[in-house]
Design a protein around this ligand. Structure first.
Ligand SMILES: Nc1ncnc2c1ncn2[C@@H]1O[C@H](COP(=O)(O)OP(=O)(O)OP(=O)(O)O)[C@@H](O)[C@H]1O
Ligand SMILES: [Mg+2]
Length: 238
């Protein structure tokens, strides 16, 4: 696009200074993005080798229910790594497909193997939504993992609006204070770590989830849940 053409320093001194400062800032942002992308690429690349090894080792173990789960986890990790690599290479990795929303949500829920949390999916109707299935699953998994880190009762409600679908994920945890509702989407941002020392995350879950929603032309916003905790809303266009 137009990103490459610098603003020409024309006009009064102030305007010229502002233009120069703007160009400098843009260069700095560009450099940061490049560094992040390179890091993502090299981490993904390094993870591929041990993952392949794990897959080979698993193939030599006799079948059982646990091995089956492990195998599909390793497979999922491989897919993720492939996607990160594709993303870092600037490829649009996934094709949009018309997906049965309740079915894909149920699939994500089934894979969450926490016994200490009860998840209730409430969809009255069948909706087919244009989705990139793997990125969508990752985004929803991140949100549900958060909800189960902070609460033990999760209610997922799907609502149809004109032209869009809202997926609401309610929990009964401590909630997210109004003043933090933008910051939690920033990379590496975590609220009051003392509040939940045992949920040692990296602060990327919501950043990725919002990225995915926006890549679909939607967004994520936070409200209070009627159960006392947080309500995370993912809006997707139809
Ligand atoms: N459902 C929730 N209830 C309360 N606080 C939440 C909830 N979801 C997110 N947060 C707060 O927002 C912060 C950022 O969430 P995010 O998912 O981006 O990172 P994380 O869970 O800390 O780490 P990661 O997801 O990368 O493992 C969390 O550390 C937590 O403080
Ligand atoms: Mg998280």
């Amino acid at each position: 696009g137009r990103e490459d053409s610098n603003f020409k320093p024309e006009g009064s001194t102030e305007i010229r200074q502002a233009a120069a400062a703007f160009n400098l800032m843009r260069e700095r942002i560009q450099r940061t993005i490049t560094q992040r992308t390179e890091m993502l690429a090299s981490i993904s690349h390094d993870l591929r080798t041990p993952l392949t090894r794990m897959k080979l080792q698993l193939a030599m173990i006799e079948n059982s229910a646990e091995i089956g789960d492990l195998r599909s986890d390793v497979e999922e990790m491989e897919n993720m790594v492939e996607e990160y690599l594709a993303f870092a290479r600037g490829e649009v990795a996934e094709k949009v497909q018309n997906i049965n929303l309740s079915r894909i949500l149920q699939g994500v829920i089934n894979r969450i193997q926490s016994t200490s949390v009860s998840i209730n999916l409430n969809t009255k109707q069948i909706h087919y939504v244009p989705l990139k299935p793997n990125s969508f699953k990752r985004a929803i998994t991140n949100i549900i993992n958060n909800a189960s880190n902070y609460g033990n009762q999760i209610d997922i409600i799907v609502r149809k609006l004109p032209g869009s679908i809202i997926i609401q994920i309610d929990d009964n945890g401590p909630g997210i204070p109004l003043k933090d509702r933008e910051d939690v989407f920033k990379p590496f941002y975590r609220l009051d770590v003392a509040r939940n020392p045992d949920t040692g995350g990296s602060g990327l879950g919501l950043t990725i989830a919002r990225d995915v929603a926006r890549a679909h032309g939607g967004d994520i916003f936070i409200e209070d849940s009627p159960n006392g905790g947080a309500r995370i809303n993912m809006r997707l266009p139809l």
